[in-house]
Design a protein around this ligand. Structure first.
Ligand code: FEO
Ligand code: CA
Ligand code: CA
Ligand code: CA
Length: 542
């Protein structure tokens, strides 16, 4: 078994069970303040949404919708506990900030992508967006992106648009990796002209937030699938691995190991690191061991005439699987069709891998959010009809990012309390505050594990778990403490913080009642980044 993680306790009083208030609820002594909402001014010259919906091109300079993965970056010459850059994803549309009467595909595509905003802390401890900052920038579904890596020959030199920007990650050299979760471009409606080729999406896109004049790059060497986030592990020799989940029902877990080490002394030299390296997919063996299977053309059955077994865990045992012919002639074929390559190579089909995080002790965690239609189990995915999800953890051999083997176990099974007496597949083993559908997960620099949920928001779920929430999880005992509960209809996602941990940034995605609405009446709630901090100024959780 992996060794238990560090013991970093927290002092807040956990929130009550089953909170369904239309507000952001935090423990006594904390405040939650809206910082940056869908439609807010982002770039210099923006009109922004203040009750009057905008259309393209005004929408190109305001905040997108459905705030998701996020990272905080220091700026040269600025105390990072008082100011810096917040970079965040916009996964989908917040329709109420868009002018529906003139709504066109370009207006809709403005609402996805990434925001870069400079933020600063005021004397009262509260944070604001500096709307006059030259760093502020939108990357949208209308922006042109460069393409690099082995699939460039197939995808093209450039692609218009980034889409479905779910979660994200950072790099040791200070860039931001936004992850395209959905392979198909659903922002095009029936009758819209000019829908681009699907293979332009489903990539990891690298953005340099320090350089607003730079062009973002789609890094095809990291594979094309429903990317959730990235998390990196760095060793003493500056070799690095990036871990990635494919949020597919079911999907695999991957890592990408650049061929060259990171160069801490030459930032520019790192800008091509993600173009050359080895992509692996994980096999979680039933005995607790694991293997990283190389996804390189010519190896591990990745050849012309391969047979993709498809998502066979979703059909009942005994059903005859008819494989689908797939030709892997080049590495570009592997990268454009990475999910099929992983299945052909024998990787384990997991219950929707969402975020991955690397702990300070190099324990890796991945949320497997749910898979209500799983029919064949494995030790790593032990429940049929897994409606509530689980969290898996593993240790690389020698704690090395270059390892090709690992050891894994399950941190916890989410779900109903065992005293509820529901069926075994719906019963969790969480010690403390129970939840469903873990999604966001991040170990902070003090080694404390935080989990955020994206469960259904109808009464059939909230009657038992309350609104979607954020939890602290003790890595030794699995004990869970509820830290924050979102407003009605939302999911909680995105975790960023200042280096001193006195400020946490959390995203409220798709709230659907009155919380954070500009106009009176229902349906105007906007996704937003909120600042969570203590009124006494001490670090969150300490
Ligand atoms: Fe967009 Fe997988 O959550
Ligand atoms: Ca979402
Ligand atoms: Ca997610
Ligand atoms: Ca989710």
């Amino acid at each position: 078994k992996p060794p238990p993680g560090p013991d970093y306790s927290v002092t807040f009083t956990p929130l009550a069970d089953k909170i369904v208030a239309d507000t952001v609820t935090v423990p006594a002594g904390y405040v939650a303040e809206v910082l940056y909402s869908a439609g807010d001014k982002c770039m210099i010259g923006s009109v922004g949404y203040a009750g009057v919906p905008q259309s393209y091109p005004a929408t190109e300079t305001q905040s997108g919708g459905q705030h998701d993965g996020m990272h905080f970056y220091a700026l040269p010459g600025v105390d990072p506990n008082q100011g810096g850059l917040l970079v965040l994803n916009h996964e989908a549309l917040d329709d109420e900030t868009l002018d529906q009467s003139v709504e066109g595909v370009k207006t809709r595509l403005s609402n996805v992508g990434v925001s870069v905003v400079e933020i600063a802390r005021g004397a009262n401890g509260a944070w604001t967006v500096k709307t006059d900052s030259r760093y502020n920038k939108r990357y949208t579904g209308n922006t042109v992106y460069n393409v690099s890596g082995p699939a460039k020959a197939v995808v093209g030199d450039t692609v218009v648009g980034t889409l479905n920007n779910c979660s994200s990650g950072d790099t040791p050299w200070g860039t931001y990796l936004t992850c395209e979760e959905t392979l198909n471009n659903y922002h095009y409606k029936t009758g819209d002209a000019g829908k681009p080729a699907d293979q332009g999406y489903g990539w990891v896109v690298e953005i340099d937030p320090q350089n607003p004049d730079s062009t973002a790059v789609k890094r095809t060497a990291m594979g094309r699938f429903s990317h959730e986030n990235t998390a990196f592990m760095l060793d003493a020799n500056n070799r690095v691995a990036f871990y990635m989940g494919d949020d597919t029902t079911p999907g695999c877990i991957y890592k990408f190991v650049p061929t060259k080490p990171y160069d801490p002394a030459n930032r520019a030299a790192n800008m091509g690191l993600l173009d050359e390296g080895t992509l692996y997919a994980a096999r979680f063996n039933d005995d607790g061991s694991g293997n990283w299977i190389e996804l390189t053309v010519g190896k591990n059955n990745l050849t012309a005439g391969a047979t993709d077994p498809g998502n066979f865990t979703q059909v009942a045992s005994g059903t005859v699987i008819t494989g689908k012919l797939v030709n892997f002639n080049t590495q570009a074929d592997v990268l454009v069709n990475t999910g099929a390559a992983a299945r052909v190579a024998g990787a384990t089909l997991m219950d929707r891998p969402e975020w991955i995080t690397v702990g300070v002790d190099k324990t890796l965690y991945c949320t497997l959010t749910n898979n209500g239609s799983r029919k064949r189990t494995s030790a790593a995915n032990p429940r049929v009809s897994n409606s509530h999800g689980h969290i898996i953890r593993w240790h690389e051999r020698g704690d090395s990012p270059l390892a090709t083997t690992f050891e894994w176990d399950l941190l916890l099974l989410a779900g109903r309390d065992k005293t509820d007496g529901v069926a075994a597949n719906l019963t969790g083993n969480v010690n403390g505050d129970t939840f469903s559908s873990p999604d966001g997960i991040r170990v902070d620099p003090k080694g404390r594990l935080w989990v955020q949920t994206d469960a259904g928001t109808s009464a059939s779920t909230t009657d038992f778990f309350g609104n979607n929430s954020m939890y602290y999880i003790d890595q030794k005992t699995g004990e869970s403490k509820r830290f924050l509960v979102g407003p009605l209809g939302c999911e909680i996602t995105g975790i960023a913080y200042t280096p001193d941990l006195t400020t946490f940034f959390i995203n409220i995605q798709h709230p659907d009642k009155a919380w954070n609405a500009v106009r009176a009446g229902g349906g105007d709630a906007r996704s937003a980044t909120v600042v969570v901090r203590r009124t006494d100024g001490k670090p969150v959780g300490a």
